[in-house]
Write a protein that binds this ligand. Sequence first.
Ligand code: NAI
Length: 333
Amino acid sequence: MNVVVFSAKPHDIAFLTAANANAGHELCFHEARLATETVALAKGADAICAFVNDRLDRAVIDELGASDVRLVALRSAGFNHVDRAAAKAAGIALCHVPAYSPHAVAEHSVALILTLNRKTHRAWSRVREGNFELDGLMGFDLHAKTVGIVGTGQIGAVLARILHGFGCRVLACDPTPHPDCLDLGVSYVDLAELLAESDIVTLQCPLTPQTFHMIDDAAVARMKPGAMLVNTSRGAVIDTRSVIRGLKSGRIGSLGLDVYEEEGELFFEDLSNRIIPDDVFARLLTFPNVLITGHQGFFTIEALTAIAETTIGNITAFERDGRAIHPVPDPAG
Ligand code: NAI
């Protein structure tokens, strides 16, 4: 198939080209993000391949449909950025990569927790400058602390196992408890109890209408004073303004983010020579107890290999059988 790949970074080109070696699709890579201004690049393609910050709203999808694109192959697990009803109406099939490496994201959540707690990022720059003062670097033992995991799907369940290994008491909140978590002795509670009891709250649920701004002023007010909040799921699960208020009041003791509500304007680009116009994001950067990474939870060799192989497998199956291996669930359920 002729496939136009949007938001193609050097790692995408390398891993997709390797996965395509035996499949023989014609891949045309564009660094541009998919948007109304760039959708014309898809002209003549049978399929397009998109990532998390590509725009797949009704306007773009209608344009893709008008260009006879038949498949949108997402190289992500999440599909919250896609207007699924519009794709259905335009006769465009959607597929995604439901699982690649839950370990990659779970381990990144642990990296954020450990870094924020033991302040290794601050220690690194101090020591490089010959400053061996410990003041301000004190952490706490993770052992015996209570960690609340919101969403124990593939990633949350791996995270529960890792934290169990640290000797943490693990609480979880999920409408569908995971059997591995139940075996580990994880206690399922409602969100209010999880927030009230946890020294660390970590978000591993998808972004849905139900989870949009799940962490708002009321949720922050329920948190244990000084608790750590970590989000590696999707930015809009958190109302960033509420969390900033929580940081200012001290209710939130520290914050680790790999995702941000408005990250589409920022992440995956080098903006180091530009002024960041987003005042909310700029405010977050001023807190010493906030650690932000630019959506790199998935960024491991194993995950990128699996993403590329599953994406190419989806495209091949669609070409052969008219159905991808991992279609995105229908919006009607
Ligand atoms: P999954 O579908 O296996 O698990 C999600 C879990 O969340 C399910 O068990 C579901 O029942 C639960 N859930 C849904 N609504 C909930 C609610 N209101 N309260 C509590 N739990 C709820 O998904 P997986 O693979 O574990 O990924 C989770 C999310 O992580 C993805 O949707 C994606 O947004 C994000 N992600 C982030 C990445 C990164 O690079 N930072 C990479 C991959 C995924």
